[in-house]
Design a protein around this ligand. Sequence first.
Ligand code: WT7
Length: 664
Amino acid sequence: MSEDARIESVLHEDRLFPPPQGIAERLGGALIGDLDQWREEHERALSDPDEYWGSVASKFWWAKSWDSVLRGTMPDTAWFDGGQTNVCFNCVDRHVVAGHGDQVGLVWEGEPTDDGTPEIRRLTWSMLQEEISRTANALRDLGVQSGDVVTIYMGMVPELAITMLACARIGAVHSVIFGGFSASAIADRVQDAQSKIVVTCDGSWRRGSVVPLKANVDEALASIDLVKHVLVLKRCKNDLEWHGGRDVWWHDVVDSASSECPCVPMDAEAPLFLLYTSGSTGKPKGILHTTAGYMVWTAHTAKNTFNLRADSDQMYWCTADCGWITGHSYIVYGIMPNRVPTLMYEGAPNAPAEDRFWDICARHKVTHFYTAPTAIRAFMKWGDEHPSRHDLSSLQVLGTVGEPINPEAWMWYYRVIGHERCPIVDTWWQTETGGHMITPLPCATPTVPGSCTLPAIGVDAAIVDQDGQEVPHGTGGLLAIRKPWPGMLRGIYGDRDRFMDTYWARLPGLYFAGDGARRDERGYFWIMGRVDDVINVSGHRMGTMEVESALVSHPSVVEAAVVGVPHEIKGTGIAAFCTLIPEQRPKTPEDQEALMAELRAHVGREIGAIAKPDLVRFTDALPKTRSGKIMRRLLRDVAAGVESTQDMTTLEDPKVLSQLRGEV
Ligand code: WT7
């Protein structure tokens, strides 16, 4: 089905699901009870952002109040300027001070189940406060000062969240790298951020095996002379090489550190973290988020999107990894200020069996479950018997994020996991937006499978044409944000030009999200996907150029073009077309297979497993325009195996295309 046909069919989706009966009671009372209330708050926030966001922010702890709520215009805005606060204090200490220190704030479950039961840790707010303080003191002893970048490359253990919060506590800036990235990806990020310390684990558990995190760090650091210390948490007890003087065991320095470490009041616009994400050109870029605006935005959106209630039976679980923005905003920073326990799971959804997630939901009485469409499609494929074996009656709200959810997956999630009792919140947002931008509200918004519905409170989202003019409902266009919001990115670390080019040049005065979308007659948003050279693989962003650079760094490859191809589970997979140096062209099918495997492994080493092409094709030449541009649209059709409806008059050599077709 072509993209247009797909969009036509989903736009005519007319199943409308009002918030399920009794959902407000189950959630301890609706925060936003209907669309009128949403509209009223939304309009208030848009017409008087100072009043609205000022009143939201006043619920947080401040060391010093702000002079102005919003200053400046896009892209250069400052929120709560003149104010001072500390994100860690608002996530953790505030609950201890208020007398809730004994309540559980973080629940963790390890992957291994060798002894029949997994390891579980329940950390109260007081325990978190102590552990974070010790870690912060240990980081300081290792030379970390306010403003320094701390690289974190760990598995999903509590110490990952603890290290993030420890940085926030002392004003250090963290840069978390997903544990699935390779040594060279680590090296690029450490170098770009000029980070002098890396916090890691010996290894992390993933589907029964150990991911050698520390060894990857060693390999990354072999090529750069910048990092003074590597702090290593012992998790898997795998063998390690040890670099005396540089490497330090967590248990040697954190356990003995003082648990007294006051939170440092930070300027509202002080950097909180960098998070690297792929773009359409060049290496990944370090998205910069700052202190107060991000804190207020993530906590407020989390509260509304999930109808979070402290002092209730809520148990919130987001299955993302802290290496992505979803983990930053909706495992740690947005959830904790709401004083609802956040659950962290270490491993894979199918370890030891395909029902692991449902087993976790049942045992921990999870009320809020937040995952990605790619995972939902995998669950569907594994079969209903896995969720059916478990008591999922504790579930109240189901969330999805990362890519458009196909209506079949939505319906399955609604029926088989939610038993038609749980609203589905399909949340559209990005690393750059910090938090939710377009999303249903569980007690207010009637949902339609496949649509992320309406803007979050205070988000001026619109579909516009190339000139930035809003288009009528039903017409496709570019998704743009027209007014500033507190959680917006403040820059790309060290690259002002790229920041301006990527987000602010295409639609002057507006934030360009990089997605195509439409609105239907209700005004609901339907995301069509990226309009740049970024592929959304399993809800994770991959730049085509990044994968192409990895491929051409292999000695056999002369030129490579990478495009997205529809994939049953991943949503979009990666297809790579490569031209080879003549001597390396495979002569037999076996040679061909071997080279494909070799190239996939090579990309895995250069970037990480998520970047491995699903499909590799060898070709004598790539289809190009007369001016030498690779015609990716044609390659997309070839990869998808569909007849092309594209204009081919600019194609320089039509034979190239027939050759490609013959091979696919
Ligand atoms: C891109 C952002 C936001 C956390 C995970 C990904 C796509 C995200 C949705 C959704 C359709 C979605 C967009 C966006 N996307 N959520 N609910 N429906 N598409 O963060 O890596 O920054 O990627 O993910 O294409 O631009 P990210």
